[in-house]
Design a protein around this ligand. Structure first.
Ligand code: 5GP
Length: 156
């Protein structure tokens, strides 16, 4: 990782190493991964190299409105039943947590999610908009200061 103009810039090798060095903390009873796209797609695929379970995907688009409100548009959702599955939700970064909150709530109401954990590459150390239940597995490979992270797949 290098710091440049107040940004934290990561390479593919950095991301792969973070997954490789941390997947062992994931409980070994996971049935499937749900990747939150698009940022969670590549981390989820790297993770599949180490915990070989199917990956399902949902895609959302989060943005800040002119009223400084966090909005989320659904690009694609799943129509599978998740009740009694051990689901690992994977995303690249936990910032305000609005996205993870939205996805957990919708997966619960629409898909019967009742047993899940969360795995992210980065967690920004800041006040969150949502608190996960105490009993869920939550893991971030790296806790970072509240700076903008540049991922290798965003570099053009
Ligand atoms: P949230 O605030 O809901 O936790 O994060 C919303 C989404 O914004 C994340 O899933 C991620 O796609 C994007 N995001 C938040 N912070 C960063 C960042 O520092 N770098 C990049 N590339 N995306 C971010």
């Amino acid at each position: 990782m290098k710091k440049e103009d107040n940004k934290l810039i990561y390479t593919y090798e950095d991301i792969h190493s973070l997954v490789r060095d941390n997947y062992k903390f994931i409980p070994n009873n996971i049935d499937l991964i749900i990747a939150i796209g698009t940022g969670g797609f590549i981390p989820a695929r790297i993770l599949k190299t180490y915990i070989n379970v199917p990956i399902y995907a949902i895609t959302v688009n989060s943005y800040i409105s002119d009223k400084q409100k966090n909005n989320i548009d659904i690009v694609q959702w799943l129509d599978i039943d998740l009740s009694n599955k051990n689901v690992l939700i994977v995303d690249e970064i936990d910032d305000t947590r609005t996205t993870l909150e939205f996805c957990v709530n919708k997966l619960t109401t629409d898909n019967g999610l009742n047993n899940y954990g969360v795995f992210v590459i980065h967690n920004k150390l800041k006040t969150k908009k949502y608190k996960f239940p105490d009993n869920i597995f939550y893991y971030s490979c790296s806790n970072i200061i509240d700076k903008w992270v540049v991922y290798p797949w965003d570099i053009n």
